[in-house]
Design a protein around this ligand. Structure first.
Ligand code: ADP
Ligand code: ZN
Ligand code: ZN
Length: 803
């Protein structure tokens, strides 16, 4: 094979196809499909991915590849295929699709290092071998100087040496040095016994480790034993301990020793649910399961035992959990069962650590990955199951290019690997539950809670009543009374301010009426600058009225109050209360989320006040009261999923109280107590909610009855944006079937961002076999349009935010 087809890192659609390059003779044995290479492009040198090797090219005069970047391919055949699919369905560049599947370290500045492998002993030139003896590891550049790069590449291929990347730029993050035992406890003991001489301090350190066998920081050790640096270094040379640095914010739980847990004896319900999953694992069949079970019904145990089955067969498993619930508690359950077989991928890790975890997968050192959305691309080659916990979470959809949904990728991979995909939730998305009802997915249910404890008592407070009786505070009398009660009993309280920052609605405080679009059954969004209300779906707009169109009251105003305001009011009402506030502002820093929760767990505060992010993963025995300040705020955002999101959130947050010994109570404050999503959340009745909501979706022609595509165009010149969008809509109307609904062109809900006007159209369809191709044409047409320079377009299949 003398020719490589390369996707180059030139971000335009004109260059979104493979270019052929000659492979120089010295790299002939080195370059493989899925590697990154440096190639000349125009007058520059750029990076690229080798997607194919071949002997002939249609192009006569080919340029040569400059050099490979990797010694082992970073993308396997499956991921290359997946990348192509992704590029097609997310309407992005192939390059972008490949990049999103890789750890960010491969995009950052890094240095390549090599280490000697056992098989390489005696095989290397003397100069290099000596290097290894002296230093343990050698930077690629050093090695290259000694023996030349093509030798190094060959040595990697032969398995003599190993290559790894170390991210150069650690930024200015503060690092903490830890020392951790190299081996497990018994080997550690043996090694210690076998060591003849230990210094006094060394001995103390060893004893310390023997009594508390986990990583300890240098700071901690010096506090105990004074100057320990020299001793630690010699213990490291003896291969008893090894040093590692972690960024300060992070709890390096990957090095904690986890208490080993054993599989629990499954209940009859659990057995019924896991049976079909295990069968498909055995028979190597692809099938999507929807595991619907209320919180605490034992879903996680089913995940664990399915994975166990997969590992037993020598296969691998991916578990996706929402970023926010990827807490140490969650990780512990998987590590506790499968120990070192588990890699964890989440955004709290530094670039280098993410790479380390990814590399464990690539090198087949682990069989399980637990991670957030992008972990779906873990480069396993023999998947036995893919699990998506809290499958309804919208964070599984990436909101930036490439706009992919992890569920879709999971199903694609499940088909390729012929393995089951398990979607789990206590409040499944309407789409998934509908698919399960139709038999596309197979429904498995767990109806009972493990601890047989009833769900907490949920009370609804009508805030309109409060106003009528003269209470203008954000806190109803009932909620305030219950807060005081908890404070006197030293129990803890969670307060949820259900708010999404970006939109507000107009509501009458007297009758609860919310201004609705006359055409869409969607609430109108208040635009402060122009004092108008607008519909994001059809483009309807009107001046904000001064009195309520329903009851004539003047108490009509837009809503949107922040956590900070609530905190202030709390301070006024209860001067001595200790509050932890958790919202985007207080959790911006990495690790802050965990830190705040930990402080709350340690009872450093009475009240945890926060947005959506506090609804998940909290499991503290001392929480006995959950208050939802305004359940409506999310109900009235201009989103057809508003009711669904409200129901999910209220159900979830209600589950936070009384999970242990102390009984829990929930108070939901609302201006629309009659709304079905609130009433049914009170009863935790998902099935009835599903029935009701399906009727709404059917009438509104929304998913799961219709699929959606959103096309958005933006530029500083409004006229240009409008005319391009009009052209696109005309084209779509001429190409798509008569059954399709095309709404727009209309101004986007957020009509201008960073001085760029945004216009959009929304396609609703049931069956359009050629849709993707037609949308590809739209993309091409757009690229070819002379006017489209600097205009951006986005095509979003199954959008989740319609802003
Ligand atoms: P979910 O994931 O549905 O919220 P979990 O799997 O976390 O539920 O189970 C809830 C609790 O019940 C956990 O403490 C778990 O250890 C326990 N549990 C689950 N299955 C069993 C079982 N078969 N026997 C005993 N306890 C169980
Ligand atoms: Zn009114
Ligand atoms: Zn409308």
């Amino acid at each position: 094979m003398k020719i490589a087809s390369v996707i180059v890192d030139v971000p335009t659609f004109q260059t979104n196809k493979p270019f052929d390059y000659l492979i120089p003779e010295k790299f002939e044995e080195v370059i493989q499909k899925g590697m990154r290479v440096i190639v000349p492009f125009g007058s520059r040198k750029v990076q690229g991915f080798v997607v194919e090797l071949k002997d002939v090219s249609a192009i006569e005069e080919l340029k040569e590849i400059v050099e490979p970047l990797d010694a082992i391919p970073v993308l396997n055949d499956e991921l290359l295929y997946l990348g192509n699919q992704l590029a097609r369905q997310a309407f992005c560049l192939k390059l972008t699709a490949y990049q999103v599947m890789l750890p960010p370290a491969l995009k950052a500045k890094y240095e390549k290092y090599i280490t000697l492998k056992k098989d390489g002993l005696g095989k290397l030139p003397h100069s290099l071998e000596q290097f290894f003896q002296e230093k343990g590891r050698v930077s690629w550049t050093e090695g290259e100087k000694k023996v030349g790069s093509s030798f190094l590449y060959r040595a990697v291929k032969k398995g003599w040496i190993d290559v790894y990347y170390e991210v150069k730029d650690k930024g200015n993050k503060k690092l903490i040095e830890y020392f951790r035992p190299v081996d497990d406890l018994s080997t550690f003991k043996q090694k210690v016994f076998a060591t003849s001489r230990l210094g006094k301090v060394q001995k103390k350190i060893i004893d310390y480790y023997l009594s508390d066998f986990r990583p300890h920081s240098t700071t901690e050790l010096s506090k105990q034993f004074g100057n320990v640096r020299g001793s630690l270094q010699s213990l490291e040379r003896m291969e008893l301990l090894k040093s590692e640095s972690f960024e300060q914010y992070r709890d390096p739980y990957k090095n904690r020793t986890f208490t080993k847990t054993k599989p629990l004896l499954l209940t009859e319900d659990q057995k019924r649910a896991i049976g079909p999953i295990v069968q498909t694992i055995e028979k190597e069949l692809h099938q999507v399961f929807l595991l619907y079970g209320i919180t605490g019904s034992g879903k996680t145990e089913i995940y664990l035992q399915s994975i166990q089955e997969v590992i037993r067969r020598g296969k691998e498993a991916i578990v996706l959990v929402p970023e926010i619930s990827l807490t140490p508690q969650m990780v512990e359950r998987f590590k506790g069962r499968f120990g070192d077989k588990v890699a964890v991928l989440h955004s709290g890790l530094s670039v280098g650590e993410k790479y380390d975890e990814w590399r464990k997968v690539q090198r087949k050192e682990v069989q399980v990955v637990v991670g957030a959305r992008s972990a779906i691309f873990a480069p396993f080659e023999n998947l036995g199951v893919i699990i998506i916990d809290e499958e309804h979470e919208t964070s599984y959809k990436q909101e930036e290019v490439p706009r992919y949904h992890a569920r879709d990728i999971a199903i694609l991979r499940g088909k390729m690997h012929r393995c089951p995909v398990v979607l789990g939730s206590a409040t499944p998305s309407l789409e998934s539950f509908a698919r399960a009802q139709k038999g596309v997915y197979r429904l498995l249910t767990l109806e009972k809670r493990m601890n047989e404890k009833g769900l907490p008592d949920v009370q609804i407070v009508d805030m309109r009543e409060e106003l009528r009786t003269g209470n203008r505070s954000m806190f109803s009398r009932l909620l305030l009374e219950k807060i005081k009660e908890r404070l006197s009993r030293k129990e803890q309280i969670v307060l949820l301010l259900n708010r999404r920052g970006y939109s507000s609605f107009v509501m009458c405080r007297d009758c609860g009426n919310v201004l609705q679009c006359p055409n869409c059954e969607i609430s109108l969004t208040y635009h402060k600058v122009t004092n108008e209300v607008k519909c994001h779906y059809c483009g309807y707009e009107a001046r904000t009225p001064n009195v309520c169109p329903d009851c004539g009251s003047e108490h009509i105003r837009f809503f949107g109050s922040g956590t900070q305001k609530v905190e202030e009011e709390l301070g006024k009402l209860l001067p001595n209360v200790r509050t932890i506030r958790m919202d985007v502002d207080t959790t911006r820093k990495k690790g802050a989320h965990e830190k705040l929760l930990k402080a709350f767990e340690e009872k450093k505060a009475d009240i945890l006040l926060g947005t959506q992010m506090i609804a998940k993963g909290l499991d503290f025995p001392n929480i006995t009261l959950v208050g939802v300040l305004t359940a409506d705020t999310m109900l009235h955002i201009s989103d057809f999923r508003a009711s669904e999101k409200t129901f999910q959130l209220l159900t979830q947050v209600s589950g936070r109280a009384g999970r242990h010994e102390l009984p829990g109570e929930v108070v939901i404050q609302t201006y629309t107590p009659e709304h079905y999503s609130i009433q049914l959340a009170q009863k935790q009745d998902f099935r009835q909610f599903y029935q009701r909501e399906m009727i709404m979706r059917k009438n509104g022609q929304y998913p799961p009855f219709y699929y959606l595509v959103q096309i958005q165009v933006s530029h500083e010149n409004l006229q240009l944006v409008v005319s391009i969008m009009e052209k696109i809509v005309l084209f779509l109307r001429s190409k798509l079937s008569k059954e399709v609904l095309i709404l727009g062109p209309s101004a986007s809900p957020i009509g201008k961002i960073k001085n760029k006007y945004r216009y959009q159209c929304l396609i609703k369809y049931k069956k359009e076999p050629d849709l993707i191709d037609i949308l590809q044409k739209v993309q091409e047409m757009f690229q070819q349009d002379q006017r489209s320079k600097n205009v951006s377009i986005s095509i979003d299949l199954n959008p989740y935010t319609l802003m």
